[in-house]
Design a protein around this ligand. Structure first.
Ligand SMILES: N[C@@H](CCC(=O)N[C@@H](CS)C(=O)NCC(=O)O)C(=O)O
Length: 215
């Protein structure tokens, strides 16, 4: 059995894992879920991943892993080349801290179920939902921009000249920002890292619009 990625084309947590699999050169199959149709809440998917969130990666032995960062770190530990985290322990923690600033502090408040709750139960109109999304990005991105602008370890990517865990999270977030008209001119360092990711097929192939089941 090959690797199977349960995912949704537009999901940014899925984009992170797709790019990681691509960087590692690992082949995988897609099973796609349309989140707006609540396919990720189906009995079948909940049996695989009781958290009911995508992505989930089904391994060769049939076991299933949820949570994109756990999946990426598992892939990095089982397929160490190219590494997605630095070898130095302090630098590893630094890269994780950048990744978590996005994956733990920005992404969760802008997740589909949060936006749906705002637009549904709380009656927010489309404009307000967009403003909410931008507000939380604009809370999280300025400190990230400042941290990376002042860090000598940054080069083409968040850490050095090869992409890693933090770039996967940044790339997915910036790609998602496009849907909500986030003003990226405020974040030249982050935009530059995103642009550098776009030079690599591993990232381009992971974009929502290049997903085999996009639409
Ligand atoms: N912390 C999780 C987040 C996963 C997550 O929230 N995925 C979103 C798509 S990006 C999802 O499944 N949303 C479904 C929903 O909001 O109902 C991870 O990193 O994998």
């Amino acid at each position: 059995m090959s690797l199977v990625l349960h995912n949704f084309f537009r999901s940014s947590a899925s984009v992170r894992v797709r790019a990681a699999l691509n960087l590692k050169g690992l082949a995988y199959e897609h099973v796609s879920y349309v989140l707006r149709d609540r396919q990720h809440q189906s009995k079948g998917f909940l049996a695989l991943n009781p958290q009911g969130l995508v992505p989930a990666l089904q391994l060769e032995d049939g076991s299933v892993l949820g949570q994109s960062l756990a999946i990426i770190e598992y892939l990095d530990e089982t397929h160490p080349e190219p590494p997605l985290l630095p070898s130095d322990l302090l630098d590893r923690a630094w890269v994780r801290s950048l990744a978590h600033a996005i994956a733990c502090d920005i992404h969760p408040v802008n997740n589909l179920r949060v936006l749906q709750y705002l637009g549904g139960e709380l009656g927010a109109d489309e404009q307000s939902v967009g403003a909410w999304f931008r507000y939380w990005v604009d809370q999280g991105f300025p400190p990230l921009e400042k941290q990376l602008a002042g860090d000598v370890r940054r080069s083409q990517f968040c850490y050095g000249d090869a992409p890693g865990l933090a770039d996967l999270c940044l790339f997915a977030q910036v790609a998602n920002n496009r849907r909500f008209d986030v003003d990226m001119s405020r974040y030249p360092v982050l935009q530059n890292i995103y642009d550098n990711c776009l030079q690599l097929p591993a990232f381009v192939d992971a974009l929502p619009e290049n997903h085999p089941h996009a639409g």
